[in-house]
Ligand binder design. Sequence first.
Ligand code: 9MR
Length: 369
Amino acid sequence: MTSRTRTLARSAAVLLALTALAALTACTSGTAATKDTSVAASSTTLRAAAGKFGLKVGVAVNTDRLDDPAYAQLTGDEFSTVTPENAMKWGLVEPTEGTYDWTAADKLVAFAQAHGQLVRGHNLVWYQQLPTWLTDAAPKMSAAQLSAILKAHITAEVTHFKGEIWQWDVVNEAFDDNGELRNDIWLEKLGPGYIADAFRWAHEADPAAKLFLNDYGIEDAGIKASAEYAFVQDLKSQGVPIDGVGFETHLDATYAAPDLETQLAKFAGLGLDVAVTEADVRDQLPVSKADVATQSDIFAQTMQACVDVPQCISYTVWDLDDKDSWIPQTFSGEGAATLYDDSLKPKPQFTAVQKVLVKAEKSAPQRSK
Ligand code: 9MR
């Protein structure tokens, strides 16, 4: 064998091994193995640009749509974290008491691992999307019974995903718009201590996960943001294992952008991480060119706010594309709230966010690991 044929043989062997490895990765990921040619990652992906200074960019994922190769491709290429839009919520994982169904959530975790992504677990305690076996029985339960059920749920879910979740939204939307704790079954039966308990139980089950309190309507100064700040300060002073506060950031383009940077920095001042967890910017349909420009501007401002606060460790958009967005079902006549249109084409909103990240690549404060 000449040295040239030896080199060729070696190259062929390496190629064969790489092909086998690629095939194996595609199989084990359990997700769409074929590349879709109708969509392409942007020239500079959001995850690559943000990754230069350690910021994670995420997306809320509808796990049913991961079987669509185009959806899966953009989700994997552009984002460095994923949040299950619904798949980890109590009503979905424990539809009957004591019987867990992790199928959809496990599928997303496997997808994330195959694509080098981190997972935001969403959520452990909320007043919505609870199983009916629980909501039906709760009014007749004693505080001790309900507390035991909550502990069992948190322990089971956090234990199932131990080591696989980067950030958990432990308690979701605990506050009402008037700055009071929400008068839901948790507060009514267990009193305000249920929040500290939830964080302690989650921490016991996975000490390495970052534990978040997540809410909407705290992106600007106001009665809700002040109340939540005082509450979190109190949790910290009691030594409750809370690591961060999530700012949902569901915005409406008919209003001015919030002063998000001030709020992020304020909460970070408590020694916490902060994150933008559910960003979208809706508007009345159909949107004009001017509306799109306003939406793009608001998206860019919120991304800039996160970039400028070193403790802001992730920025997640709520739903990949307009077709999937929760907005039209909830706000009649409104929509166009995401970065991609109905056919998965990036919108000017995408370019606006991308521009902020590319510009920040060299100057943004590096996030600590
Ligand atoms: O996007 C989610 C939608 O598919 C569900 O029907 C809805 C149920 O209330 O929840 C949506 O996600 C919410 C998230 O879990 C918490 N913050 C507000 C989000 C939009 O309602």
